[in-house]
Ligand binder design. Structure first.
Ligand code: G3I
Length: 389
């Protein structure tokens, strides 16, 4: 074939696909156009989200613009947590959480509710930790969940009902006021309460450090989930947090996919709910390495039908909890401190494009699939300076 025809042939499916799908706007897949993460994810029918802070949504235009453009879902990083939203038995602080929900409404985004009950004792409000007896604690739990869920029922479509039930790095439930006063049944109680308050929301159990199925901790978590399901607890999905350290604390893509499939095989949904990838060294190619890890791990999720959402724990390296916990310079997110796109961004984008190709719509879907794959190859070639194969 004449060399000059090759690029034209490559672009043909893009042109066709751009006009092929009536349900979603895929015009950004046309040659020369530039899809955001949000556009690709929405076309593929998956969630792409970020944890957000209402202070920056209101006070930092570049932050708000990036969140609005790139994400079709928001998670409140902190302001829906129990100590933040109900700091006293009679004291509710809805303002910051309302601000997140209002932003999502204004920009047509979904909201993940994080979280009704974080099992780590230091994340439980002091006044709740001081519950004198089981009856009082049950009343407080009922009131907390029912009030919060009812308020946000029109906006929150998924709740992390219980966050991190397992002791950090351990194999057993956290020893907290709930296990002490109510027993392990507190988890089932929380899920039933949520379901009663908003039958439409999807209910997730969210956990950290369970992404490698070869570990005893994965087994402990799997056993916990299957026990709860056997009891008829209304769990719809599993949240794999993420919070990886590249090359040190991360599963292989194969391990991650196997961990995800273990739960989708149970009929559960899975999402990556708190993804960030710390780069532990200063090697010159570390951003490229990070981009590949992002693509591989997000791809491990999105190639499983049933793993239908990815939320990163922030969007820019300018604002990340990692700075406060590990110190500055670990650059864990998709955009740099000036909101420039990093290889990590393109890694996620490529994984989303791959998913778009995986689940074509009936009819003209193959055109869209071809377009997605062509664009994926073209994007990678542009970043690496190499031609598409
Ligand atoms: O807002 C106050 C501020 O007024 C005060 O001056 C300052 C002094 O320390 O604290 C500020 O609150 C901090 C808050 O983040 C907002 O920045 C808290 O101390 C701090 O503990 C809190 O950390 C959050 C942490 O959860 C605990 O809630 C992180 O931002 C947040 O990223 C992190 O998120 C968790 C997920 O919810 C669950 N999975 C793990 C993940 C990372 O730890």
């Amino acid at each position: 074939m004449k060399p000059f025809l090759r690029p034209l042939l490559l672009l043909l499916p893009l042109v066709l696909a751009a006009s092929a799908r009536a349900a979603v706007d895929t015009s950004c897949l046309a040659p020369g156009a530039d899809c955001t993460l949000r556009e690709i994810a929405t076309a593929a029918g998956v969630r792409i989200g970020a944890a957000v802070n209402p202070t920056w949504l209101a006070g930092e235009p570049a932050y708000a613009e990036a969140i609005a453009a790139e994400m079709n879902s928001l998670t409140a990083e902190n302001v829906m947590k129990w100590p933040a939203i109900q700091p006293g038995e009679e004291t509710w602080n809805f303002g910051p959480a309302d601000a997140v929900v209002d932003f999502a409404r204004a920009h047509g985004q979904r909201v993940r509710g994080h979280t009704l009950l974080w099992a780590n004792p230091i994340r439980i409000p002091d006044w709740v930790n001081a519950a004198p007896d089981a009856e009082t604690l049950e009343d407080w739990l009922d009131d907390h969940i029912t009030t919060q869920v009812t308020r946000y029922a029109d906006d929150v479509d998924q709740w992390d009902v219980v966050n991190e039930p397992l002791d950090n790095f351990g194999l057993t439930l956290y020893d907290n006021v709930f296990t002490q006063r109510i027993g392990p049944e507190y988890i089932a109680r929380a899920f039933h309460l949520e379901r009663a308050a908003d039958p439409d929301a999807e209910l997730f159990l969210n956990e950290v450090l369970v992404a490698d199925p070869t570990t005893p901790r994965f087994d402990a978590f799997y056993d916990l989930v299957t026990d709860l399901l056997d009891q008829g607890v209304p769990i719809d999905g599993i949240g794999f947090q993420g919070h990886f350290i590249a090359g040190i604390l991360q599963p292989t893509p194969e391990q991650f996919e196997a961990a995800i499939r273990a739960f989708t095989d149970l009929g559960l949904k899975v999402e990556i709910t708190e993804l960030d990838i710390v780069m532990p060294n200063q090697s010159p190619d570390r951003l490229e390495v990070q981009g590949r890890v992002y693509e591989a791990l997000v791809g491990a999720c999105l190639r499983v039908i049933g793993c239908d959402g990815v939320t990163t724990w922030g969007i820019t390296d300018a604002h990340t909890w990692i700075d406060g916990t590990f110190g500055p310079g670990y650059v864990p997110l998709l955009l740099d401190e000036d909101y420039g796109r990093k290889p990590a961004y393109y890694g996620v984008r490529d994984a989303l494009l791959e998913r778009l190709a995986l689940v074509p719509e009936p009819g003209a879907g193959w055109l869209l699939a071809a377009a997605a794959l062509a664009l994926r190859g073209a994007g990678r070639a542009a970043r690496t300076g190499r031609r598409c194969p």
